[in-house]
Design a protein around this ligand. Structure first.
Ligand code: PMP
Length: 511
């Protein structure tokens, strides 16, 4: 394979490499299964940095054009030729007839936030690696047998009702169960205040559509959950970053912002904030609600995980403190039960629920009635509580194992959070380290994590990363964390010696 780089081109070098490899695959110069040169070798050959070649390979991997095996290298994917260009078409199809997608996508589709979500998801779904990426629950603990029983029950007792279109706002019995459950945690709601959504991501999307006009601002934690940034940004919102510390959203900063700006709403993840794992303190919860009342400001409370608390006492939902209907509460069964059900819900004032229902009708009409009714059966048999009881200690043990390895294996100067629940923690490496570079290096050794910069809407901190412990075993934590720690240490000592070298070579005698 011969690659010629154009250093004057506007196309970044790593994309030029990617294109050259794809062209070689298309032209048959690189056959399925062929080994690509090692990143170091190709970097030397092209006279460029190794991490640039690694980025190109990473892109090819994400597109499914190549496969990578720890310790063996990177190979042209076996299925690439057949999928990218079927053999009979390869000779027939004139390249000029190919659809040109550039320029076809909407302005929204080209937004950088869409890229960041895709990026996060691609790393999270890589297989054959130890993945600390993605906030996924433990698949080995899924209560599949019990849920299958509930599916059978729903089908047997409700008959063809479960195969029809269901009510847009959700299966009535499930909404009643959710309202009842919320009342038990102090929230004053009935089924009429609830809409069932296809995961809480859809709830965020519907809220954005119903409340945001282009140009509105949304006050949002920085860093935060990328799916929320995408939902609001795609509805045309400008994101107003509010910092997060160990007590969650910095409400005093929001208070100052509100003196000069009028955001349309504030988005907050009060329990085990994504990505930091922080919990919004009691005091801040009260002050946030007081601000909401003072400024007629809706609060979107994203509670993906308060049910996953394994240490300390529960804090009240913002919605439980809200007797003035300022809070739009969003939750799901994705982290605490089965993400594949795609069932979440939103509890809010009736006018809000009415608007969201209208938008849901336009979005997907209804969330699967079969799955909703099975979930209702599963919950009414108290299987959900039993499942929560079972998984909490599992996550606590994994968090502890991760904390232990952070203390033992990571370079000094590294700091991290110690969440009391949820599925991940947040690490800040010494300033000299770049988590993207670290990711490329550990990826070669079969480990991945989420780079912190994907979670920022402003001022991304390149030395941060999110490590999920939800879907990795204790053994994987032990192995994977050692690899990340050792690689970070090696990178740091290289940077330190390079800095020292530069210092010495630049030092001139003073006489
Ligand atoms: N909110 C937060 C904070 C999340 O972390 C996620 C999923 N990662 C979601 C919402 C979306 O959840 P769901 O799978 O239910 O759509």
């Amino acid at each position: 394979m011969h690659i010629t780089l154009d250093h004057h081109s506007k196309t970044p070098v790593y994309l030029q490499i990617k294109e050259a490899v794809l062209a070689a695959i298309r032209d048959g110069k690189l056959a399925p299964g062929a080994r690509l040169p090692a990143t170091r070798e190709l970097a030397q050959q092209l006279g460029i940095n190794r991490s640039t070649v690694a980025m190109a390979y990473e892109e090819l991997l994400a597109d499914g054009a190549v496969e990578s095996f720890v310790g063996r290298g990177t190979f042209v994917a076996r299925r690439t030729l057949a999928e990218v260009v079927p053999p009979e078409e390869r000779t027939r199809r004139a390249p000029s007839r190919k659809m040109v997608w550039e320029g076809v996508f909407s302005e929204r589709a080209q937004s950088p936030v869409v890229e960041s979500l895709l990026d996060l998801y691609q790393v999270s779904t890589l297989r054959d690696v130890i993945s600390f990426s993605g906030s996924f629950p433990d698949a080995a603990s899924f209560p599949t047998r019990e849920f299958r029983n509930s599916l059978h029950f729903a089908e047997r007792t409700l008959g063809d009702e479960v195969y029809r279109y269901g009510p847009v706002a959700g299966y009535e019995r499930l909404r009643e169960y959710l309202a009842q459950r919320m009342r038990e945690s102090g929230v004053d709601v009935t089924a009429d205040n609830i809409i069932v959504t296809s995961g809480s991501q859809q709830a965020l999307d519907l809220i954005a559509r119903a409340l945001i006009s282009p140009g509105d601002t949304v006050a949002i934690e920085n860093p935060t959950y990328p799916g929320a940034m995408t939902a609001f940004a795609l509805a045309g919102a400008r994101l107003l970053p509010i910092p997060v510390d160990e007590d969650g959203l910095c409400v005093d900063v929001l208070e100052n912002v509100l003196k000069v700006q009028r955001p349309k709403l504030v988005y907050v993840v009060p329990s085990f904030q994504n990505p930091t794992g922080a919990c919004l303190s009691w005091e801040r919860r009260r002050r946030l609600l007081a601000l909401a009342r003072e400024h007629n400001l809706p609060i979107v409370e994203d509670d993906y995980g308060s049910h996953l608390r394994f240490d300390g006492d529960a804090l009240p939902h913002l919605k439980a403190l809200d007797d003035t209907e300022h809070v739009i509460y969003v939750s799901n069964f994705s982290k605490s039960l089965l993400p594949g059900l795609r069932i979440g819900w939103c509890a809010a004032a009736r006018p809000v629920i009415a608007r969201l229902t209208a938008f849901k009708q336009n979005s997907d009409i209804t969330t699967s009635p079969l799955l909703q009714s099975a979930l209702w059966d599963f919950c009414r048999r108290k299987r959900y509580e039993a499942h929560l009881e079972r998984i909490r200690p599992i996550y606590r043990a994994r968090r502890d194992a991760m904390l232990e390895r952070l203390a033992a294996d990571f370079p000094s100067g590294t700091t991290w959070t110690r969440p009391a629940g949820g599925l991940f923690l947040w690490v800040t490496l010494p300033k000299a380290l770049d988590a993207t570079e670290l990711l490329y290096q550990v990826r070669q050794q079969g480990v991945v994590f989420s780079r912190g910069r994907l979670f920022y809407c402003d001022n991304p901190q390149r030395n941060t990363l999110r490590l999920s412990y939800g879907h990795v075993t204790l053994e994987q934590i032990e192995r994977g964390m050692r690899i990340i720690g050792a690689t970070a240490k090696a990178m740091l000592s290289r940077t330190t010696s390079r800095t020292a070298e530069r210092f010495h070579s630049r030092t001139v005698p003073l006489v």
